[in-house]
Design a protein. Structure first.
Length: 622
């Protein structure tokens, strides 16, 4: 055979090979296998850029590959943060662009910024850095591409990215694959069109091989969409074998021991380190394996390869410290949702009245030992003032000092003069030393507002530590207790705007503290001090309820119980605001108290310390 014939034969064989590559079916791949072969992680969206490796977080494999099961139609992922759930969505998108082309819809909570940010910051970098995808989806800037930020076309399909708040984006075209991200952040209705989850699901009705994937960190128990979806599926937990007894079990926060950062085996009782637990070959175990068409998975941060247990423990301790000392439960809510992947349950509807009544104690003096600072609060009614003085100690441990009422004609100046005299009274320790009230907050938002402003102006001129307060005008969910200081009133007096919902959270959290110390609330049984059953009922007059707001989001609100008056609760919130405004250094105050100094009394003599030029006051100097 001459050289010419050999060349022709070689070229012919090469041609047949190329033709065979084109016409032969692709190798059968699952989503995880596709990702391990073709997915590239981008530097701007991953701490570990480069080739994707499912073994890095092995719990992701079963979730991704459930997409390839022809029996499964719904896949639900209820999880914490830091477990790679967004990457799972991206891998599924990449698989259908490259390997099994199909029309897709990705739904984010909002169009702007979330849908656009997902497209630009997560999807576009994946397409750019994964060669097999880059060849199929043209850049948005290319004139010939026909692609936009929210709509990308590829051979055999397209991917549309929409917002749950936009009905047009959810009802535009039929799709086979629907991916819904962070569904607990969706509004109750997309405009006037109804539930956005149902609208998105309807886009896939005509496809026999449709897939609906729902992903989210949960929010509030009873209002969480992802929890409802999870509970209606197989309810699978990621379980690992005990290195000692070999029995499979999930990662559970209640079994983690802080002292040596171990988790106890629920079967043999051994305490085992994080690294040893994570070396085992895990698997998902379903509570309801018979629900084959809807697989639902739960993951928490203890399983994550990117977050380690000491950091999770620190986050928990910080959240608990914030709850105990400041009564702020927001960090704890966030921890439950984003670290444990569980819904937040409103525990209790207020403090236990019988418990508060039974734990009252007898005071031997106006001020019990432990009190380092006094604040007062005034609630203004049409015919009376209601007042409370509260003592504060280290860690915001508190003592009810006096609850009183002052009746009179509030249109007359003499009634306000009586209030001033009441607030000027001196309170005594058993040792004989005394304290004056360091800060008073008076409500200006209800009755007799103009008279309040006049009184505050008068007190301001006298140099007294009395401030107006007013509740935040709209729904105050998420607004801190001390929101801002305003002088926008007819007398230009200082009025603090309060996030009263946050204040009530703080008060109720502290009332639930059962051990004396930081956050604990003391109440006297002495009849003349005013802390009777009526007061305790008033302190417990409101309860937290979860409702949908105007935007359809689940929020926690405070509702008054019927048949009770809520002035005691309001006054305790105002007192809490007063001590928050002061932000005292309790260690300094303790030294003065031990020395028998009433630091609120002006020093004798006319000598006044001159402030150095250029210095400023940091907070209130007591």
């Amino acid at each position: 055979m001459n050289n010419t014939m050999k060349k022709v034969e070689y070229k012919t064989l090469k041609l047949f090979k190329e033709v065979a590559k084109v016409v032969s079916p692709p190798p059968i791949l699952t989503v995880s296998q596709w990702a391990d072969l073709y997915r590239r992680l981008s530097a701007e969206s991953s701490a570990e850029p480069g080739q994707w490796n499912t073994d890095r977080a092995p719990y992701q494999r079963e979730i991704m590959d459930s997409v390839n099961d022809p029996i499964v139609e719904d896949i639900v992922i209820m999880s914490s943060a830091q477990v790679g759930k967004t990457e799972l969505i991206l891998n599924i998108i990449g698989y259908y662009i490259d390997y099994d082309p199909a029309p897709m819809l990705v739904v984010q909570p909002t169009v702007k910024p979330m849908a656009e940010d997902f497209s630009k910051d997560r999807l576009a970098p994946m397409i750019r850095d994964s060669p097999t995808l880059r060849g199929k989806v043209h850049d948005v800037k290319s004139r010939a591409s026909g692609n936009t930020i929210l709509h990308k076309v590829f051979p055999g399909g397209h991917v549309t990215i929409g917002g749950a708040n936009s009905p047009s984006g959810l009802a535009s075209r039929p799709v086979r694959i629907v991916l819904m991200d962070e569904i607990d952040r969706y509004p109750a209705s997309a405009g006037t069109e109804g539930n956005p989850i149902k609208l998105a699901e309807k886009r896939a009705t005509t496809f026999w091989n449709k897939k609906k994937i729902k992903v989210s960190t949960p929010t509030i128990k009873g209002a969480s969409q992802i929890e409802k979806e999870y509970q209606s599926g197989t309810m699978e937990e990621w379980c690992v074998p005990c290195p000692c007894c070999g029995k499979y079990q999930p990662y559970e926060w209640r079994r983690v021991r802080f002292s040596d950062v171990t988790m106890e085996c629920k079967y043999c009782g051994e305490h085992i380190s994080e690294i040893d637990w994570k070396q085992g070959e895990g698997k998902f175990i379903a509570e309801h394996p018979e629900r084959v068409r809807k697989r639902s998975f739960h993951l928490n941060e203890l399983a994550s390869p990117w977050t380690h247990w000491p950091a999770i423990i620190r986050e928990w301790k910080e959240a608990k410290k914030e709850q105990k000392e400041n009564g702020d439960i927001n960090k704890l809510k966030t921890f439950i949702n984003t670290a444990l992947g569980e819904t937040w349950e409103e525990r209790g509807k207020g403090a236990d009245e019988d418990s508060l009544l039974s734990r009252r104690e007898r005071y031997e003096a106006d001020i019990p030992d432990g009190v380092l600072l006094l604040t007062a609060a005034v609630d203004v009614q049409d015919d009376r003032f209601e007042m409370e003085v509260v003592g504060w100690g280290k860690g915001y441990e508190s003592w009810g000092i006096r609850y009183d009422k002052l009746t009179g004609d509030l249109d007359k100046e003499e009634t306000w003069n009586q209030l001033e005299a009441w607030l000027d009274q001196e309170f005594y320790y058993r040792s004989g030393s005394s304290l004056l009230i360091a800060k008073t907050c008076i409500d200006t938002g209800g009755h007799k507002t103009t008279e309040c402003y006049k009184f505050l102006k008068k007190m301001e001129k006298k140099g007294k530590r009395i401030n107006g307060i007013k509740g935040f005008g709209r729904e105050s969910v998420g607004i801190p207790l001390i929101h801002k200081l305003s002088t926008n009133n007819e007398y230009n007096v200082k009025v603090f705007i309060l996030g009263v919902d946050s204040g009530k959270e703080i008060v109720v959290s502290r009332l639930s503290t059962v051990d004396e110390g930081p956050g604990y609330c003391h109440f006297p049984i002495n009849r003349e001090l005013g802390y009777d059953e009526t007061y305790i009922k008033g302190l417990n007059s409101e309860q937290r309820v979860t409702e949908l707001n105007k935007e359809g989001r689940a929020v926690t609100k405070w509702k008054k119980k019927s048949g009770t008056r809520n002035e005691p609760l309001d006054l305790r919130v105002y007192n809490t605001a007063a001590v928050e405004i002061l932000r005292p250094d309790f260690d300094v105050l303790e030294k003065k108290i031990k020395a028998g100094i009433n630091y609120m009394k002006k020093p004798s003599g006319k000598t006044k310390k001159k402030r150095r030029v250029g210095t400023i006051s940091r907070g209130v100097e007591l």
